[in-house]
Design a protein around this ligand. Sequence first.
Ligand SMILES: [Zn+2]
Length: 340
Amino acid sequence: MPRWTALWITLCCASAFAPAADTLDIWVVDVEGGKATIVKSPSGQTMMIDGGMPGLNDRDLNRVAAAAEAAGVKQFDVYLVTHYDVDHVGNVPNIYNRFPAKLLVDHGPLLPNPKLGAGNRRAADAYIPFLRGKRRLSVKPGDVIPFAGVKVMVLASNEQFIQKPIAGAGAANPACPASLPAPVRVDDNAASVGTLWEFGKFRMVDLADLLQWAELRLVCPKNLIGTADLFMVTHHGLGQSNAPALIQALQPKAAIANNGERKGIAPEVVKALRSAPRMQDIWQLHYSATAGAELNAPEPFIANMKAQGCEGNWIKVSARRDGSFTVTNSRNSFSKTYKP
Ligand SMILES: [Zn+2]
């Protein structure tokens, strides 16, 4: 090979042939109090979770597209629809039209619910014709969502919950209330697909919008999940979710809240998170205008500070097999690494 050709190959193509980083990467996108998450496995498999709100001049679609571009994602292997409330399922068809997915994963049929509000009802109804001709997998507790290199186990789905502890879990949970609250069904939140993610020693729990009565069935009287390094705060940080007994059981080192400017970061949730024994930091997608200075996270840990002209910055997680993970705020490039 001529010397110049060899040099050209070295210069041009070194990065193209470099092995991808061996990390599980997660982009938590700000959709103003909805949910939209992009995940990329070390082998390059990709997952989209929910999608925020439809309409609004494609606000949330554009934010997801920006994060997808940063992630180098053009389509998804899996599209996980946690439940059918509008801030989760409403934008799924729009995102799918731009970023097709090979497989849709959800909790199955909408449960009978006379109390379901009109907006959520419309979003849930629109999902049914959208499914036509697409590959769909409705999951049950204990199922594993196919995602190469990462074990994504279903803990809860359609108001059903795992009954046996995950290997290594099952200890009595002293933080449990004396009796479990009765199930309530107002929206589709308690039907959410809740998941445990295992990547080497790294463990993350994301229960979408499960309500407290449902969360407690996973950790009381015995903790069936075990601990988690990272906790995706349930239900935008609202007080109907995030049972103290769940947070005490998981003992996360960090938590990320998909809150909005006026949604979530409830005082009792912040208190429960801060009193978890290993907790170091709570990250927020938004500054909460309702929580006040004392309850908001310190400014470096908040991705978006203002509602007017919000830039839609995301929070990125890079997790490693040794259990360590790095969280980065795209607004200020502030990042912090949590040790195994
Ligand atoms: Zn929600």
